[in-house]
Design a protein around this ligand. Structure first.
Ligand code: NAD
Ligand code: MG
Length: 384
């Protein structure tokens, strides 16, 4: 039995992970789950999967859970999340929290030399250099990517030497607003931005997909996970979301991973790696029904997310952290109706311009820069 902790069990990735586990109860056991504000769903999950450890956002809710389930260990808040990341009994920790708030729990899991099934891409963007140093210090710890593109890259690299990689080709659906002009995007609403053509995901990542910031975050995530130079990472728009990403090797051979757009596959692969397993939860791709697989350039004049990320990534040190933190607050402000869609780019650009870069090899600096950047965005754009 593999014991799994799911950080962010009430989210889109978290609920998919529980479906994966639910279909394989003889193989996987839920050790711990964490939610934030969705009390009812967390309670349902507790009843169904009987985890030993639980974590929730607030102390009040934690007290209610303690009364309901006196035999369970209940944590709350940021410290609780951190403790959940480092549970001794876990074999695998799935980080399915949204945002840089997931960094410290991931750090704890690495320090306990666990397998981290990493969905929380913001951690690798904001703290990638630090996390990579930590992995050297705790060599039994491992990160298996869950993000579909990185899982695809990881799967395509299996059996090859990283030195033989020429290009990582990350595919992008193009998001809700693919084909739109700058003029079209000036007045788009939150509702329009939240409609993703191919994937059903949490609100934050859905907005990130519509700005293509998600693809930018993924470029930095790929650099951090696979150690490939930014000059050898390419993004192509692939509206069908069937080819999840590709690796071009030195002999010009390209290996791709393709399948239905369903996060349950990369989640399960991160749990079972290096093995593959069938599951009633995993759908077959009907190749005969595929009419077209197309690939195109990003329109960087309209969607600035990828270029901004390349700038942040190539600058390095604390700049990717600023890129991420500024975006997190900008997305929150957009969702609250306080800024316009295109201001998300403006905020990230200006936050990076005002930042003086520092070494990003320690957690204190990353936390400080994250906090300062958030404050800067709130101070300049958060007021009514
Ligand atoms: P979501 O919004 O659906 O879920 C987020 C989870 O994090 C919830 O369980 C929520 O309770 C918890 N959470 C939020 N704020 C918290 C806080 N302050 N403290 C503790 N817990 C908190 O998000 P999602 O779509 O499942 O995405 C999760 C992560 O996975 C993100 O980093 C995202 O980029 C990444 N990811 C998601 C998908 C997808 O298909 N949804 C695909 C690839 C990568
Ligand atoms: Mg992705």
């Amino acid at each position: 039995m593999k014991k799994i902790t799911i950080l962010g069990s009430t989210g889109s990735i978290g609920t998919n992970a529980l479906k994966v586990i639910g279909a394989k109860q003889e193989e996987f056991q839920v050790l711990g789950i964490s939610g934030y504000s969705n009390f009812e769903l967390l309670k349902e999950q507790i009843e169904k999967f009987d985890p030993k450890y639980i974590c929730i956002g607030s102390k009040d809710k934690a007290d209610i859970l303690k009364n309901l389930y006196p035999e369970k260990v209940v944590y709350f808040g940021d410290d609780g999340l951190k403790t959940m990341g480092g549970l001794e009994e876990a074999d695998i920790v799935l980080t399915a929290i949204s945002g840089a708030i997931g960094i410290e729990a991931t750090v704890e899991a690495i320090k306990k030399e666990k397998r981290v099934a990493l969905a929380n891409k913001e951690t690798m963007v904001a703290a990638g250099e630090y996390i990579n140093n930590l992995l050297k210090k705790y060599p039994k710890a491992e990160i298996i990517p869950v993000d579909s593109e990185h899982s695809a890259l990881f799967q395509s690299i299996q059996g090859s030497n990283y030195k033989e990689i020429k290009t990582l080709i990350i595919t992008a659906s193009g998001g809700t607003f693919r084909g739109k002009t700058l003029e079209d995007l000036k007045e788009v609403t939150v509702e329009q931005a939240l409609k993703h053509p191919n994937w059903s995901m949490g609100r934050k990542i859905t907005i990130d997909s519509s700005t293509l910031i998600n693809k930018g975050l993924e470029v930095i995530e790929a650099h951090m996970l696979f150690g490939i130079d930014y000059d050898n990472i390419e993004v192509l728009v692939h509206p069908q979301s069937i080819v999840h990403s590709m690796v071009e090797f030195v002999d010009n051979s390209i290996i791709a991973q393709i399948g239905v757009p369903d996060m349950k596959l990369p989640i399960q692969y991160a749990f079972t790696y290096p093995n593959r397993e069938g599951s009633c939860e995993l759908e077959r791709l009907n190749l005969k029904k595929l009419k077209e697989l197309s690939f195109d350039q990003i329109n960087n004049n309209v969607f600035k997310g990828v270029e901004l990320a390349f700038y942040a990534g190539k600058t390095g040190k604390t700049m990717p952290c600023v890129f991420n933190s500024a975006n997190e607050v900008a997305v929150e402000l957009f969702l609250k109706g306080k800024i316009k869609f295109l201001q998300i780019y403006e905020i990230i650009k200006k936050a990076m311009e005002q930042h003086s870069i520092e070494e990003a090899d320690n957690l204190e600096t990353i936390k400080k820069v994250d906090k300062e950047t958030r404050k800067w965005v709130y101070d300049n754009y958060g007021e009514d």
